[in-house]
Design a protein around this ligand. Structure first.
Ligand code: SRM
Ligand code: SF4
Length: 565
């Protein structure tokens, strides 16, 4: 059944993983090489398994080439933070490092509840890992063909349930981590220890990246349908009793390749808590053995399910784990946005969600966000939580600390009463200048797109309404545009494909509406559509539901047949 068994030509990534001596490669030698700022040959890929990507600033690439200089190589680091929880003392350490040792000086919150540093030069890489280790953070397996950072619904309103769900996220993350000691050896000067096997991931690791969540309905902040494996919390009388398991979501595609598509996850059924790790392990092991290792564009779990059949995949997970899925328990998602502002948890503690546009924490001239976060971390005694919408929660604030925290947040632009619902419901991926795969702007373009959309909503008399709008610089879809009500997907400089028809709950994939168009064309289209929506919608009907009901785009029910039809 496995692709290897079929005598097909494996992708080169399979060779490099096999030859890497359990992810060590020759990274240590490369680190000593002062001639280039980059990593060579296989090491370029292998550092990803240690949570880093080699990048360069694309804004200055051309200029450096003219001067016959190599691109200014640096790395982006992505930390492993299951459930996005970070302690104030950890925050202070990463804040300092971002200031002193990164070229951009920012902390970038991601769509998967962690942070990235951009622009770390080679001489600072080892020190960075040692600094992170000293405060209990690592970056193992946040990239590469492994199980990535495990997400968990962030807002601790239902505190008890959240704590249990978070503990499962942390346990799943640990259970599925690579067992190789390569990370400690290379970055932390750990003792050399021979690795002889990777019992869960296999010596060739997974065919492709793998993404897992633990989710507490009705909040679908983590966007389960973007993930390979989801544990949807089922509670009775406020106590977690088990999970419904959803398998095979994923959003990436390649322009012009109809064999690639975004796909929702399938509901395999209910399991009790004691079976959680067994199921996690065996969904991974089936994908490890059955995933496509010759074509990386068709390697993710979503394609394995469509190739072998969801029932066949599920039966194999049952056979390997010895666990039979029970019928799914009822659950419902109602929303995905973060509740910006204060909420009180059932334990009487207060939680403040700060809206951070595109997750970029930096001191802007009019909004010193980074200083504000640092000042909060200096006085805060609870923890801080990074949300899957790139926002930050100051969690566990006692009533008598609320005023102090709020004052710092307001004074540093972290609370801005002028932020509209449209702004809070818009998201962008990083894209230019750091992402090597970006075809168009995303994060840098978002503020102006939001302003123009706000103007259209106001023009049609609905300034307080909003559309879940997401912009991504390429069809990999890191800002989850393929679950937006209106998603812009970069095609070339200033050009986007426009997809419409996602819903508020995040349970519908949008469909192509305009192809390869510039701002004048899609703003004109939005003007007409928002006008129609304002005057012809049913009570409470969101934009995505409206465009489907009106037949403006067809509904994507089954991706493999409907998405490109
Ligand atoms: Fe992503 C690659 C940024 C979430 C699908 N993603 C990249 C890289 C590393 C580019 C590269 O390979 O060199 C981007 C780095 C940009 C930069 O300069 O920082 C990048 N992805 C991001 C982040 C930072 C976007 C953000 O604005 O927050 C998110 C980091 C998540 C994390 O902390 O782990 C991020 N990426 C996602 C998501 C959304 C999600 O998981 O919820 C997706 C779509 C869901 C999915 O996987 O289907 C996503 N990223 C991709 C893909 C396409 C994978 C595929 O299935 O084909 C790539 C390219 C690849 O892997 O070949 C990619
Ligand atoms: Fe880069 Fe594309 Fe991901 Fe945006 S969607 S961060 S452009 S890979």
């Amino acid at each position: 059944m496995s692709e290897q068994d079929k005598n097909v030509k494996l992708s080169d990534n399979e060779r490099l993983k096999r030859e890497s001596n359990f992810l060590r490669g020759t990274i240590e030698q490369d680190l000593k090489d002062e001639i280039t700022g980059g990593f060579t040959a296989d090491n370029f890929q292998l550092i990803r398994f240690h949570g880093m990507y080699q990048q360069d600033d694309r804004d200055i690439r051309g200029e450096r080439a003219k001067q016959k200089l190599e691109p200014l190589h640096n790395v982006m680091l992505r930390a492993r933070m299951p459930g996005g929880i970070i302690k104030p003392e950890q925050w202070l350490a990463i804040d300092k490092f971002a200031d002193e040792k990164t070229s951009y000086g920012s902390i970038r919150l991601t769509t998967r509840q962690t942070f990235q540093f951009h622009g770390v030069l080679k001489p600072n890489i080892k020190g960075m890992h040692q600094m992170l280790n000293s405060v209990g953070i690592d970056s193992i397996a946040t990239a590469g063909d492994v199980n990535r950072n495990v997400l968990c619904t962030t807002n601790p309103v239902e505190s008890e349930l959240h704590q249990e769900a978070y503990e499962w996220a942390a346990k799943i993350s640990e259970h599925l981590l690579p067992k190789t000691k390569a990370y400690a050896e290379i970055w932390l000067n750990g003792e050399k220890a021979e690795t002889t096997e990777e019992p869960i991931l296999g010596s060739n690791y997974l065919p492709r990246k793998f993404k897992t969540t633990v989710t507490i309905p009705p909040n679908n902040e983590v966007d389960v349908h973007a993930n390979d494996l989801n544990f949807v919390a089922i509670a009775e009388a406020g106590k977690l009793v088990g999970f419904n398991v959803l398998v095979g979501g994923g959003l990436a595609m390649t322009h012009g390749d109809t064999a690639t598509y975004p796909r929702k996850a399938d509901d395999f059924g209910f399991i009790t808590l004691e079976d959680t790790l067994k199921i996690a392990e065996h969904v991974v092991s089936v994908q490890r053995d059955w995933g496509n290792r010759s074509n990386r564009k068709n390697a993710k779990t979503k394609y394995t399910l469509d190739r072998v059949g969801s029932d066949v995949f599920k039966a194999e997970v049952e056979a390997r784990s010895g666990v039979k899925f029970a019928p799914s328990r009822p659950f419902e998602f109602t929303h995905r946005g973060d509740r910006i502002g204060w909420v009180e948890g059932i334990d009487g503690k207060h939680h403040l969600t700060l809206f951070i546009q595109s997750g970029r924490i930096l001191d802007y001239p009019d909004k010193p966000l980074k200083t504000g976060c640092r000042k909060i971390a200096e006085v805060h005694q609870g923890d801080m939580r990074m949300t899957a919408n790139q926002n930050l929660i100051i969690a566990g604030v006692p009533a008598d600390q609320k005023a102090v925290i709020e004052e710092i947040a307001r004074n540093h632009g972290l609370i801005d009463d002028k932020d509209t619902e449209q702004r809070k419901n818009s998201m962008a991926c990083v894209a230019l200048p750091t992402c090597p795969l970006a075809m168009a702007e995303a994060e840098r373009y978002l503020p102006s797109l939001v302003e123009k959309t706000e103007a259209l909503l106001a023009k049609h008399g609905i300034p307080d309404d909003s559309i879940i709008m997401r912009v991504v610089g390429c069809p990999n879809g890191c800002g989850r545009a393929m679950l937006a009500e209106a998603g812009l997907v970069g095609k070339g400089p200033g050009k986007y494909n426009v997809y419409l028809g996602g819903n508020l709950e995040g349970t519908r994939i949008p469909k192509l509406y305009l192809e390869n168009v510039g701002e004048d064309v899609y703003l004109d289209a939005f003007d007409k559509l928002i006008g129609q929506w304002a005057s012809e919608r049913n009570d409470g009907e969101c934009f995505g539901d409206f465009v489907i009901r009106k037949g403006i785009v067809a509904e994507v029910k089954v991706s493999v047949t409907d998405f490109h039809a």
